[in-house]
Design a protein around this ligand. Sequence first.
Ligand SMILES: C[S@@+](CC[C@H](N)C(=O)[O-])C[C@H]1O[C@@H](n2cnc3c(N)ncnc32)[C@H](O)[C@@H]1O
Length: 213
Amino acid sequence: MNVFLNPEIAHSYDDYYQSDFGKQVDNIEQDIIGALIKELRGSEMLELGCGTGHWSNYFVKKGFSVTGIDISNAMLDIAMNKKVNARLKIGDAQNIPFRDQSVQIISSITMLEFVDDQDKVINEIWRVLKKDGWLILGCLNKNSIIGINKQHDESFRDATFLSVTDIKAKLEKFEILQIKSGVYLTTDYQILDGKEANKDVEPVFIGILAQKK
Ligand SMILES: C[S@@+](CC[C@H](N)C(=O)[O-])C[C@H]1O[C@@H](n2cnc3c(N)ncnc32)[C@H](O)[C@@H]1O
């Protein structure tokens, strides 16, 4: 279920990115996605679930020409007010408003968890991607502390988090080129990345680079 249709949740969404915790997590996630996009050829990118444009802005700064779609007017309004240098429009990732095999790169960061039908989205990505086109996904790990405690969080309660195994199964038609993960959190949400102690917990953020072969 998509809680981001709720204007109150949409309006508080970017506050997270401004918090100390959010900034640290964002840096780790940007390193992960940054490593994955180094492999890409081409610059036209369709971003699914662009939300308030945080990652749209990131991809634009990395040199991509971004078209972002999101199903929430409330989230898109915020992105548009930021004047992100991308084409942003309303659209449903379960019914992508693009022709078959028309897109070279599709990205989607932490959207899949919030759609009603994840398999429908994956099928749509397959339909719209050109042969040899790339998919960059950022997902929240079901087995991380955030996934395990999700029922305590208003935004995550009704979301469907995935594990690395789940994601691999969903992307079975694709060739998975790289999986990178990070944001290792203790039970009291201390960030462990870069420290020795991260061996016992699963990371929160999973980045995947896959290709339609
Ligand atoms: C957690 S937010 C992520 C936003 C942005 N990608 C980011 O990482 O900051 C999830 C976004 O997915 C969008 N979303 C949920 N279901 C969708 C769908 N079926 N089609 C397009 N966007 C969807 C929500 O409206 C929301 O903006």
